[in-house]
Write a protein that binds this ligand. Sequence first.
Ligand code: GDP
Length: 197
Amino acid sequence: MEISNAEFVISNTDVTKCPKSTLPEYAFIGRSNVGKSSLINMLTQRKGLAMTSSTPGKTMLINHFIVNNEWYLVDLPGYGFARRGKAGMESLRTLIEDYILEREQMTNLFVLIDSRLEPQKIDLEFMEWLGENGVPFSIIFTKSDKLTSGKLKDNINRYLKKLRDQWEELPPYFVSSAENRLGRKEILDYIESINNG
Ligand code: GDP
């Protein structure tokens, strides 16, 4: 898929205020600092489209972007909320859960995983919750340029092994780099194939 147009639409903290539209939505989520904003900017080729986590406030909102006037790219808040205090953590969790469980047009959730790290409990538990709730998701291993190809392969295999312990069937997965644009075509083609499906 070529992206001819990508525009910011709305940020909000309330699922009921998301755009009233039936266009399919592809959402992106991951722990803060996983490389989500960089990936969104790389996919859309719009440098400042998604604000990085260093932009105050942006990381606690659901951000809708419209792409090619055909589908929405949705930037969800990061999880791993330890620093926000209990009340903030609960409201953010509710926001994310409401969007994921209630937004009918949410077609696929991309769960971002930092390819440099050992499998993290918080990510595995989150994916387990997605599976239990029948949420369609796929994985993107980010920052692949930071590893040698051997180490990258090892880390991904370690992750897939953990997932195989949890599930009979593995979710689709992609490997990306915002530095060298690895994975861009595969991820966009995947979205296109579902849209045309
Ligand atoms: P977010 O909090 O998930 O939105 O993460 P950001 O996109 O803000 O990225 C966090 C940090 O990782 C920034 O310093 C980015 O420059 C860096 N980063 C993100 N993606 C990549 C990547 O693919 N390769 C490299 N080398 N650095 C990355």
